[in-house]
Design a protein around this ligand. Structure first.
Ligand code: ADP
Length: 397
């Protein structure tokens, strides 16, 4: 089934037009600067990229620009938008409303709206994308796929926060977790690569600009590092991850920051950027560390140390581990970081094959032949998951 996958942000919109069976990508691209001026980048495999300035006052014009270029006789890949069987949307926060993907109807939209306080930055943008598609493609079915849904199988002891219980009951405060579509995809691939055993325990390390780990038993998530929001877990490019809440009161008192300023520091100025003062990009950190920058080295060491600790914790939580998966920008591409994370875990039966580990962006078993625990590099494919969910829901209509 030919599916248009949409990931709408506040001023951007990523799209991928693909076949849900087999995953062939016909075209993909990005609309940027929506609400400012508007720029489209459109890529078709085997052709030169197309870049165009197109006025995009709202997401409506952005969606229209995507449809126009998909049917363009020279730059497009289809004769008519009728060939788009359905649209799949990435939605950040499904709160407690969604444990799985769902067909977009009035009830679904109302439930996504209900989750806006939990995802105040992303959910409104995701909804804008959905509404814009409904307007220009009123008869095409649309499906919402949630970043949080895969984690909804966590047991209460994993998702409850140790604060007064009423905040869970009245205000839905609990661990939700994110990157769920990625964790679902790579854990399913890992189970397949393990030979589909009856019982499996997988730790997925999604290491990108935003990073999270998940513990997956028999295909079901039992714990994950992100929380009510994506600021939780271990340090990331610019996010602090879990920190002592005392730091907030201390710094706010000392510098007179309000909560918005504090939040900005924790989300945008912390993580490996905050420690190194160099960059949030791990390639820059590698280079700086190689040139003797001690804070860049410290940022990398801290990242490696925290990921290792989560791996140890999740292995204990699951009573052992059968496979560790590395995915996303850093996990798929940084051979050194993967090696550093796994080094010292030999006591758990984790042993990497250094030669096999010299791989980038390719599904590979990088564990040594005698490693008890498999180590897999698995490029994530959230779009394929969204397309597959969309197909399944639309086929059942
Ligand atoms: P996002 O969360 O924005 O989707 P990605 O998954 O694309 O992020 O990951 C981006 C991160 O991947 C950046 O920090 C980048 O430095 C890192 N990365 C990409 N290629 C490499 C590489 N070869 N070595 C180290 N890090 C890399």
């Amino acid at each position: 089934m030919k599916i248009l996958v949409i990931n709408a942000g506040s001023s951007s919109l990523k799209y991928q037009f693909m076949e849900s069976e087999g995953g062939e990508v016909f075209a993909k691209g990005l609309c940027e600067r929506i609400g400012i001026d508007g720029r489209l980048t459109h890529k078709v495999p085997g052709r030169d990229d197309v870049k165009a300035d197109i006025a995009m006052p709202t997401h409506g014009e952005a969606i229209q620009a995507v449809l126009d270029i998909l049917v363009d006789p020279a730059k497009g890949v289809i004769a008519s938008t009728d060939e788009i069987a359905a649209v799949g949307h990435r939605v950040l926060h499904g709160g407690m409303e969604f444990t799985a993907s769902c067909l977009v109807d009035d009830k679904c939209i109302a439930a996504i709206e209900k989750c806006i306080p939990l995802g105040p930055l992303h959910n409104p943008a995701n909804l804008t994308g959905i509404r814009a598609c409904q307007k220009v493609m009123p008869t095409t079915p649309q499906v919402a796929v949630f970043d949080t849904a895969f984690h909804m199988t966590m047991p209460p002891k994993a998702y409850i926060y140790p604060i007064p219980y009423e905040y869970y009951e009245k205000d839905d405060v609990r661990r939700y977790g994110f990157h769920g579509t990625s964790h679902r995809y790579v854990s399913a691939r890992a189970i397949d690569m393990l030979g589909n055993p009856e019982h499996s325990r997988v730790i997925c390390c999604h290491l990108g600009n935003g990073s999270s780990l998940s513990a997956v038993v028999d295909g079901k998530c039992v714990d994950t590092s992100m929380g009510l929001g994506p600021l939780a877990g271990f340090l990331m490019g610019t996010r602090a991850g879990d920190i002592d809440a005392t730091i907030l009161e201390y710094l706010m008192g000392r510098y007179g920051y309000d909560i918005k300023e504090m939040n900005n520091i924790l989300n945008k100025k912390s993580g490996v950027l905050g420690i190194s003062g160099v960059s949030s990009d791990f390639r820059d950190l590698d280079e700086a560390a190689a040139n003797g920058n001690e804070r860049a080295r410290l940022a990398l060491d801290k990242f490696i140390y925290e990921v290792k600790k989560f791996i140890g914790a999740y292995s204990t939580a699951m009573g052992g581990v059968d496979a560790i998966v590395f995915t996303a920008g850093i996990g798929e591409n940084s051979c050194d970081l993967r090696a550093d994370i796994c080094s010292g875990l030999e006591y758990m039966g984790v042993k990497m094959d250094e030669e096999k580990n010299k791989v980038r962006g390719k599904e590979t078993d990088v564990s040594a032949a005698d490693s008890k625990v498999k180590i897999f590099v698995i490029p994530t494919n959230e779009e394929l998951m969204i397309a597959k969910d969309t197909e399944e829901i639309v086929k059942a209509l």
